[in-house]
Write a protein that binds this ligand. Structure first.
Ligand SMILES: Nc1ncnc2c1ncn2[C@@H]1O[C@H](COP(=O)(O)O)[C@@H](OP(=O)(O)O)[C@H]1O
Ligand SMILES: [Mg+2]
Ligand SMILES: [Mg+2]
Ligand SMILES: [Mg+2]
Length: 348
């Protein structure tokens, strides 16, 4: 199956959501960053992006009933005191949709926005079709004016078959950098996408340049390899794995699934994600990125080498640690992971 209709709808939804987020990021004030009950940040862009993607998918894929597993919910937006925030989000959604010819005359109310966000409350699972959305992945990076992503994927019978990811601040061609160089922001903004068995592609987020296929690095010289990790939480185990592999460069720390995109197009050879013991990963933090990397010829696996299982609901169920790399480097990295974990008395 080619998923042509779904891919067109997903690219349109993600591009519009990215457009919304770019506008918000330019003028965001610290006072506009809210904190969720799990102590992580959220902004009007997270809610607005989720509403836009939900509305666009519903309209483009009619009459199919949408099952959407998405990060945000409306609990805080329905509380007293959130009225102005909700109005602001509604205006953002309305203006964003109006920027697309086909939706120019869409009246959007606050109730429409709440319903659209609530549509993302599906639980996913191993049967049927479910869309998986991270409306702003890397909210912390977004708030700092740095890297973030809008990630959307389609699960069919528990497998990711399609992924679209916008990285509005990622340079189009140059190598990924830890901090944005404010002097060269012209050529930034990438839209990555992949469908199962058809390769992975990137095109500029703004403009009409044709897509280009992306491939992971062919570099096997670990001394020259680059590796990525999360910005918000440096993990000591990553350094011992890298040292064992003979990687000399320091890790590049960036937010969001832009790390998957960077491995997919060969900017780096490895992305390690050994989060704190007991933390269970959300599927929306990995679904789009993982298919883009695997379709670019890469590998995404846990510390035992097993592929990630997206069929268990909203959380991944895997052995501690996620490794994103090339097929050639996978065995070497798994060996280094095993040895480092044994040395540090960490059990897989
Ligand atoms: N302490 C923390 N701070 C921020 N995000 C955390 C976190 N612990 C786990 N996460 C998850 O890690 C994601 C960010 O990953 P990364 O570190 O690669 O940028 C977050 O996605 P969101 O930003 O969409 O909430 C969130 O789901
Ligand atoms: Mg979040
Ligand atoms: Mg996320
Ligand atoms: Mg998010």
């Amino acid at each position: 199956m080619s998923y042509e209709k779904e891919l067109t709808a997903a690219k349109k939804a993600v591009s519009l959501a990215a457009h919304l987020s770019q506008g918000v990021q330019k003028t965001l004030l610290q006072s506009e960053v809210w904190t969720k009950s799990n102590k992580t940040p959220v902004t009007a862009a997270d809610y607005g992006s989720q509403a836009v993607v939900s509305i666009v998918l519903q309209r483009e894929l009619k009459p199919v009933t949408l099952s959407l597993v998405a990060e945000e919910d409306t609990e805080d937006l329905r509380k007293k005191g959130s009225e102005v925030f909700l109005e602001d989000i509604t205006k953002l959604v309305r203006d964003t949709l109006a920027s697309d010819e086909s939706y120019a005359d869409s009246p959007i109310t606050t109730q429409d926005v709440l319903n659209a966000i609530d549509c993302g409350n599906s639980q996913g699972g191993s049967s049927g079709c479910h869309w998986v959305l991270d409306p702003i992945d890397g909210t912390r990076g977004f708030v700092r004016g740095e890297q973030y992503a809008v990630g959307l994927a389609l699960l069919v019978e528990g497998k990711v078959v399609l992924g679209v990811m916008a990285c509005p601040n990622l340079p189009l061609s140059s190598e990924v950098v830890e901090r944005d160089d404010k002097s060269c922001q012209d050529n930034v903004g990438c839209l990555f996408y992949a469908t199962t068995g058809s390769g992975a592609y990137v095109q500029p987020l703004n403009g009409n340049s044709p897509p280009q296929e992306v491939k992971v690095s062919s570099n096997e010289n670990l001394e020259e390899a680059k590796f990525l990790e999360s910005y918000h939480m440096p993990i000591p185990l990553h350094s011992s794995i890298a040292k064992k592999l003979g990687i000399t460069a320091l890790p590049i720390r960036i937010d969001s699934q832009a790390k998957y995109a960077a491995v997919s197009r060969g900017d780096a050879e490895m992305y390690l994600r050994f989060t704190l013991v007991g933390y269970r990963e959300w599927i929306w933090d990995h679904a789009a990125g993982s298919i883009i990397t695997t379709e670019a010829g890469g590998v995404v696996c846990d510390s035992e080498g097993a592929p990630l299982d997206f069929s268990k609901g909203k959380r991944l169920d895997h052995k501690r640690g996620i490794i994103v790399t090339t097929k050639k480097l996978k065995p070497l990295i798994l060996k280094a992971v095993r040895e480092s974990m044994e040395e540090e008395n960490l059990h897989v």
